[in-house]
Design a binder for this molecule. Structure first.
Ligand SMILES: *Cc1c(COP(=O)(O)O)cnc(C)c1O
Length: 382
């Protein structure tokens, strides 16, 4: 739904999506067990992110759980996650019987801090989930080195980072596994959907099996060689995703241009903290535009809402304060007589108190709409 600022709606589509949907409809192959649209999109998306293998599944939440399970993460294992992220990053660990352990974020970037991560490692740690929050790639050099040093699986939660790249390489298969979401708000969407990417053939096989009730590629219908879920995407979703993927570079160019303009206009305004430039980030996914306003956040948010920019958001409540996640984590740890340390994440507390996000649709406006967003923010701070 549009608002009175006339910012663009999301999702965007045209006759190409309609045609692709009707093709699947009339083909009679609505499921991926008989059609080939999901398999085609898997190849195209993996290639877009420069990964050897792509496996689609029902959403980005279960993508993380499946990635962990494929990597052998299970009951009582610890998975280090940032507290400043969507709840799925932590709940996915709980779904496989593992315990999410929070390490603090860097307050300048809002991203998981490799030093805090290393300090949170115990003999039970099996994996780290780094989140490319807002579309900004995490410090993958540091995390892949840490993974090698400690024998940990590195999962990239790239739900917000389609098209993002680190040192020239698209994210997703730089760590051991990378997970994506195609939920309604995301920069490539079919309403719902997800994918896991990897360069590791064995992990790809395990994922295929988890998505397809334990079947093996080319195997029989009742040949279940593992215990798997049914997480399959429909051919309709893949048909839309193929078109959305083709559309992505052009739409991304608009977001990139407007994000650059916002950055130029707001960089030197007193009272705003923008994430620093980082030459390792060769493409930003531009899912959110995040700004910090120490002590002034609510005033700026009100000013934005007053001009009709009601989709600007105060963002996450940090997960190390979420009682459901803590209760479930403690319950698993207690049953196994394992300690569950209370997380101390002061940076996550700070950024959750002073951050505003602009959604990606606010990066899709005209130059004058973008200038007026910057003007509203600047005026609110005067
Ligand atoms: C959206 C999102 C997810 C979950 O994806 P769904 O498809 O909604 O299940 C996971 N992690 C992050 C960081 C997200 O933004």
């Amino acid at each position: 739904m549009g608002d009175r600022t006339m910012m663009p709606d999301w999702p965007q589509y045209d006759d190409d999506e309609a045609k692709a949907l009707l093709e699947v409809l009339h083909s009679g192959h609505w499921g991926s067990t008989s059609g080939d649209v999901v398999a085609t999109f898997e190849r195209e998306f993996a290639s877009y992110q420069q990964a050897a293998y792509g496996i689609c599944l029902s959403n980005g939440t279960l993508a993380i759980a499946a990635a962990l399970r494929a990597a052998g993460v299970g009951i009582g294992d610890e998975v280090i996650v940032p507290p400043y992220t969507f709840i799925a990053t932590a709940s996915a660990a709980l779904f496989v019987g593992a315990v999410p352990v929070f390490a603090d974020v860097d307050p300048d970037t809002h991203l998981l801090d490799p030093v805090a991560t290393e300090a949170a490692i115990t003999e039970r740690t099996k994996a780290v989930i780094v989140v490319h929050l807002a579309g900004r790639p995490a410090d993958l050099d540091a995390f892949t080195a840490l993974g090698t040093r400690h024998g940990l699986t590195i999962v990239e939660d790239a739900a917000q980072a389609h098209g993002a790249a680190y040192k020239g390489r698209p994210v997703g298969a730089i760590g051991d596994l990378g997970t994506f979401s195609f939920q309604s708000s995301k920069n490539i969407t079919a309403g719902e959907g997800g994918a896991v990417l990897t360069d590791n053939e064995q992990l790809a096989g395990a994922l295929y099996s988890l998505v397809n009730v334990g079947r093996v590629p080319g195997g029989g219908w009742y040949q279940h060689e593992a215990v798997g879920y049914n997480l399959r995407l429909t051919e309709f979703q893949a048909a839309i995703l193929r078109v959305q993927l083709r559309r992505h570079p052009a739409v991304q160019e608009i977001r990139e241009r407007n994000a650059g303009l916002l950055t130029d206009l707001l960089r030197d305004v007193d009272g705003i903290r923008l994430a620093p430039e980082d030459r390792a980030i060769t493409a930003h996914g531009r899912h959110l535009f995040m700004l910090r306003f120490p002590g002034r956040r609510d005033a700026v948010l009100q000013a934005l809402a007053a001009t009709g920019l009601t989709r600007a958001s105060s963002g996450y409540v940090p997960l190390h304060r979420n009682t459901a996640v803590l209760r479930e984590s403690k319950s698993i740890a207690d049953r196994l007589s394992q300690p569950y340390p209370t997380a101390d994440c002061p940076n996550a507390d700070t950024v959750s108190a002073d951050t505003i996000w602009l959604p990606q649709t606010y990066l899709l406006g005209t130059e004058s709409q973008t200038r007026s967003i910057a003007a509203t923010i600047t005026k609110a701070l005067q």
